[in-house]
Every structure is written in C-alpha cells, then in structure tokens.
Design a binder for this molecule. Structure first.
Ligand code: CO
Length: 166
C-alpha cells in the first residue's frame, strides 16, 4: 500500500467529472487500499479519487463506528429523505476551511463493490449519509464550499486564495 498525494483546492482536477469504472481488477483493489491508507494518514472520514488526482468514480468512507466503513465504485443516490440537517463540514482538499452544509438525513444508494464489481444497495443515515453526499459531489467536480451562501464564501475567500496560491 502507498500513501498518495492529496490534491489541494486550486488544483483543476478537483473541478472535473470522474469517469465510470468498468474494470474491476487487482489494480483497482490496490487503488482502494491506497485510498484508505491515504485517508487514515490524513485523519479523514471520507475520500474521493479526484482528491488523489484520479478521475474515477470511486469513494471511500470510514466514520469510525462499527459497520460504517465503505468503499463504493460508481456510487449513485436513488432516494433522499425530505428531512435534512445542517452540520459543519471540512475537506482534506480544503485544509483549514469549514462551513455549514445542509444535506439529506437519510439516503438510499446504489454502487458497485470495487473489490468484486458486484452491485450493492444500501440505506445510509447520519454521518455516513452526509459523507457519502460530500464524496459523491467530488466525483462531479463539486466542493462543499459550493453549497455555502455568497456571504459565507466571502468570509472564506482569503483562506481560499491562500490555498490556491500555495
Ligand atoms: Co472533500
């Protein structure tokens, strides 16, 4: 396993749309393992492949509760609850920046198990549901700061400029 370099805000790969995964092979297994190692080394609870510079529809989640560790290829949301909640979020690609984002409380999802290619369906709620929505956004070039109001983003603009310049 290897720790991959996490791409930081300003890197254009974070704004691109990731491609559907069709081949489930050893190389993909290794990539998933590398993503877990990279996420743990950065103390994250989720990671999407564009964050390590790869435009594949692949996300991982570990909220450090039993049964809350997931790796999903080609993730999709098939249902969202009407109930939503607001929580402070951060992102390994936008260090030092936090903002409150409203997301659905519960979701139903479909994906492929990246180790086998098998289709999986699940219902997620609470923190894993939130992380799933955050990571799925990454596959479409969307960052959590895009969900903030203009005022909130203005307040973060200096920090964001510093990240872009670094
Ligand atoms: Co993120």
């Amino acid at each position: 396993m290897a720790i991959r370099k996490i791409r930081i805000y300003g890197d254009e790969v974070l704004r691109k749309k990731a491609k559907v995964i069709k081949k489930f092979d050893k190389q993909l297994n290794k990539l998933v393992n590398d993503m877990f190692e990279t996420m743990y080394s950065a103390s994250g609870i989720g990671l999407a492949s564009p964050q390590i510079g790869l435009l594949k529809r692949l996300i991982i989640i570990d909220t450090y509760e039993e049964g809350e560790k997931f790796a999903f290829a080609n993730p999709k949301i098939t249902w969202k609850s009407d109930e939503s909640n607001v929580m402070k979020e951060g992102c390994l690609s936008i260090p030092g920046v936090e903002g409150e984002v409203r997301r659905s409380e519960r979701i139903k999802i479909k994906a492929n198990d990246p180790y086998t290619g098998e289709e999986v369906e699940k219902e997620l709620s609470g923190l894993p549901a939130r992380v799933f929505q955050h990571e799925l956004d990454h596959l479409n070039g969307v960052l959590f700061i895009d969900h903030l109001t203009n005022d909130e983003r203005m307040q973060l603009s200096r920090k964001l400029e510093e990240l872009t310049a670094a």
